[in-house]
Design a protein around this ligand. Structure first.
Ligand code: FAD
Length: 464
């Protein structure tokens, strides 16, 4: 009798399957290699087959068959996650969602779309058809999917105005399919959305989302240089507080990163200066100019975001890390919160503490209703022990770390078991077949932060 993935494929021969090992391996990876820790742990991970459902009926058939044969299923959108989120730790099927990509409904203030749609296509069609745009998108706008952003991301371009994806109102509805003998479709609204938001697809496959839209603007990229990192941070903070200037981004990058790694306009940045990379609505540029002048900034670059070969947002968030990694493989990164109201002094303090070892790339954001900053620090990597120590020093100083060097859902976030997500998984995936190995509390009900399950559990014996 056929078992495992082969049995699922035999039951559903008309679906779009890929079994070529090289292609399957490619679809089993994401951007985990930003982290030297995850690179060591996950480099050999691969699934056994990839399947791309076209609609909910095909998806239901896949989940029911995988459930019957006890086969793990790991969903995947654009594969741009950084923590191995979309990597099938226990093999099985990689569920490629890219074909479920239709817009189901759009009006000026909201859009409903299937989860596999690329965010750039969704944003462009909303602008064209209803004059609205996504409130928030990751810097991976061109490659990420809507479902992958909700299941694996947390915020990004637009968070300076709208906060993160967890903030109430930033996701209006979430449709999710369960992993059971007869998969059910659930429509989550209001607070219930958090049960499957940022759950790495461990407790349901998101099939569609309803997102709020903001009025569409013509965005202008502006890059301004400042004498010091602190001056650039003070300016970004002041801009974030200005309700009369509509903005989507204020990303601060310290010297010498722009000069050495930003090929598009970095050569124009004077030595030793930090930059603020901005996206501002065209009608508000005069007010921006006055603010830049008040802060003795020096404009370096200006162009319509739409016309830019490498827009400001592709220098921001985790794209800053990517731009640096392109020419310097010795670095890695961190993610941390600088909470209000002392965020600016905390950044200064930690900058002095670490010198060149940690370079403070920060994003001005609204978090829990207050303006503050998120750091995506560029770290000169030496050892895993030193990386742990750098994270510990941040936390002791009052800057909570969102650890990008773990594939565990709980360790990457607030280091707490999310009881609502765990309870939802008990109902939606009773056999624990969805993206197994990522929700620590599922595998170990007594899980505590730092208690990483034995690595053998995750290593596969398949050759890389
Ligand atoms: P994938 O990587 O394919 O998947 C992400 C997670 O979601 C996985 O756990 C996967 O299993 C799950 N998943 C995918 N689709 C579904 C579905 N339909 N149902 C259930 N689960 C699903 N993140 C940010 O939040 N903000 C940023 O600004 C940002 N910038 C980035 C810049 C770079 C250069 C890189 C490499 C990453 C960045 N990220 C950022 C991380 C990543 O881009 C985001 O998480 C992104 O939105 C993921 O989308 P994706 O379609 O690529 O998802």
């Amino acid at each position: 009798m056929t078992t495992g993935v082969a049995a699922v494929m035999e039951a559903l021969p008309s679906l779009d399957w890929t079994t070529d090992p090289a292609l399957v391996r490619q679809k089993s990876r994401d951007f985990f290699w930003y982290s030297p820790v995850l690179k060591r742990q996950l480099n050999r991970v691969t699934g056994e087959a990839v399947v791309a459902p076209r609609d909910e009926d095909e998806l239901r058939a896949i989940l029911a068959a995988a459930h019957a044969h006890d086969v793990p299923v790991t969903p995947r959108g654009g594969g741009t996650g950084n923590y191995g989120q979309a990597m099938p730790l226990r093999g099985g099927i990689v569920l490629d969602m890219l074909r479920m990509n239709r817009i189901l409904h759009a009006e000026a203030a909201l859009v409903r779309a299937e989860a596999g749609i690329r965010m750039i296509d969704l944003d462009a069609q909303c602008r064209r058809d209803v004059g609205g745009e996504l409130r928030i998108h990751p810097s991976t706008l061109r490659t990420a999917t809507l479902g992958g952003f909700i299941a694996g991301g947390s915020g990004g371009v637009g968070s300076i105005t709208w906060g993160g994806l967890r903030a109430p109102g930033n996701i209006l509805g979430l449709r999710v399919m369960t992993m059971e003998a007869e998969p059910r479709v659930l429509e989550l609204r209001g607070a219930d959305i958090q049960q499957a938001n940022h759950a790495y697809g461990t407790n349901g496959i998101i099939t569609a989302l309803e997102m709020p839209l903001a009025p569409a603007h013509e965005w202008i990229d502006v890059v301004v240089a400042f004498a010091t990192l602190s001056a650039a941070c003070r300016f970004a903070d002041a801009l974030a507080r200005r309700d009369d200037i509509t903005k989507k981004l204020a990303c601060v990058v310290p010297a010498p990163l722009p000069q050495n790694h930003f090929r598009h306009w970095g050569a124009k940045v004077p030595a030793g200066m930090a930059v603020a990379c901005l996206m501002v609505a065209a009608p508000d540029l005069a007010r921006l100019d006055a603010l830049v002048s008040d802060h003795t900034g020096q404009e370096i670059h200006r162009e319509r975001t739409e016309d830019a070969a490498v827009p400001c947002y592709e220098h921001s968030w985790n794209h800053t890390t990517l731009q640096v990694l392109k020419t310097d493989k010795t670095i890695t990164y961190l993610q941390s919160l600088f909470p209000a109201p002392d965020h600016l002094s905390l950044i200064e303090k930690l900058e002095r503490r670490f010198g060149d070892e940690v370079l403070f790339h920060v994003e001005a954001v609204r978090f829990a209703g207050q303006i503050c900053a998120i750091g995506l620090q560029i770290v000169r990597f030496t050892t895993e022990e030193r990386l742990d120590e750098i994270m510990r020093i941040h936390e002791e100083a009052g800057s909570p770390i969102f650890n990008p060097h773990t594939f565990l859902l709980e360790e990457g976030g607030m280091k707490l078991v999310d009881q609502a997500q765990l309870d939802f998984k008990r109902r939606s995936d009773p056999k624990g077949l969805l993206n197994p190995g990522k929700m620590a509390a599922w595998d170990d009900p007594d899980w505590k932060p730092g208690a990483v399950p034995p690595l053998e559990l995750y290593e596969t014996d398949r050759e890389a």
